[in-house]
Design a protein around this ligand. Structure first.
Ligand code: PEP
Ligand code: MN
Length: 341
């Protein structure tokens, strides 16, 4: 349900309404839309007493929301969400690029790649410290040592850092070091983990599950929003289909569809989406043309010796050339918007 308050509503009314709903086991999300405060309310039927809410003097209107995802929906909030990460604004219309290796492997490796992607214009640095590998015999990441190296790389370059958190036990530790908590595709439906990251105020990069529908993905976002964390960034990273020539099928349909359904920013991960480095530039440009709010791209100084995902990692040189050409994709995006206008 969406509650629109009058401009003249008493201060604190929004909080009073949310508190009432929370006492019944529901959740509320207060934000501004134009000059009005709006409140998204969701939860079990008994938690939201519509008549009681309508009776408040400061309530202008109560509107019901049709999608299963309430707080994530554009129906609730027409204005796009901008997630602030340090000085970087995700979702404000200017594409944001997150780049770096799949895994943090050593001090020299992460510092070198951080400096290079920064020089090419990347806005944030990625690097896995806890890796969800298909085989238990594969490199599992440097854990806390890796997180500390990411912090060193942030200090050296000023780039905010993004890293995956795999479970609630290590969440406090990961949250202490990183600027953005990545929820990996394999954990998109780990509802306990989603609730826990929802209790932090850290920006969350929520990857789409390997075989998740758009609705399941938005419901995962709903878990984080309804737990109180509004800083959710969605990330399309390819879904599993019958196709075998690529690692996944990058679902670029999802970009304009999700931008329509939700106010949350949407990034695209072409590296995991296609899984083969030489196809990553084309998919990156297509993602921006399709309206993505940015990209997360794997870059490694020596892909052949990478401890994970080398075959889909760009060299810093290719990444630099791609960055120079992304502006052309923005032209394509603007032109495609004109067609429907
Ligand atoms: C990654 O970003 O390295 C990763 C493991 O991604 P995903 O969860 O999308 O597979
Ligand atoms: Mn990877």
């Amino acid at each position: 349900m969406k509650v629109i308050l009058k401009e003249t509503a008493a201060r604190g009314l929004a909080q009073t309404i949310v508190k009432g709903v929370e006492q019944g086991g529901g959740s509320g999300y207060i934000r501004k839309e134009g000059r009005h405060l709006i409140i998204g309310l969701a939860g079990p039927r008994h938690a939201v007493n519509i008549e009681q809410i309508k009776a408040f003097e400061g309530v202008e209107a109560v509107v019901s929301l049709h999608h299963a995802f309430k707080l994530a929906s554009r129906e609730f909030c027409a204005d796009s969400t901008v997630v602030q990460v340090g000085n970087v604004r995700v979702g404000d219309g200017n594409p944001v690029v997150i780049a770096g290796p799949c895994s943090v492997e050593s001090r020299a490796q992460i510092l070198e790649v951080a400096r290079k992607v920064k020089a090419s214009g990347a806005h944030m640095l990625r690097g896995g410290a806890f890796k969800p590998r298909s085989s238990p015999y594969s490199f599992q990441g440097l854990a806390e040592v890796g997180l500390k190296l990411l912090v060193e790389a942030r200090e050296a370059t000023g780039l905010p850092v993004v890293s995956e958190v795999m479970d609630p036990i290590t969440l406090p530790m990961v949250a202490e070091y990183v600027d953005v908590l990545q929820i990996g595709a394999r954990n998109m439906q780990n509802y306990h983990l989603l609730k826990q990251v929802g209790k932090t105020n850290k920006p969350v990069l929520l990857k789409r599950g390997l075989s998740a529908t758009i609705e399941e993905w938005l419901m995962a976002a709903e878990y984080i929003l309804s737990a109180g964390n509004p800083n959710v960034i969605l990330c399309e990273r390819g879904i599993r289909t019958f196709e075998t020539y690529t690692r996944n099928t990058l679902d670029l349909n999802a970009v304009p569809v999700v931008k329509d359904l939700s106010h949350l920013p949407v990034l695209v991960d072409p590296s995991h989406g296609v899984g083969i480095a030489k196809y990553v530039p084309a998919m990156s440009m297509a993602a921006i043309a399709a309206g993505a709010d940015g990209l997360i791209i794997e870059v490694h100084s020596d892909p052949a010796s990478a401890l994970s995902d080398g075959s889909q990692s760009l060299t810093p040189e290719v990444f630099a050339r791609l960055m120079q050409r992304l502006a052309y994709s923005m032209l394509a995006r603007e032109e495609s918007a004109v067609v429907n206008s």
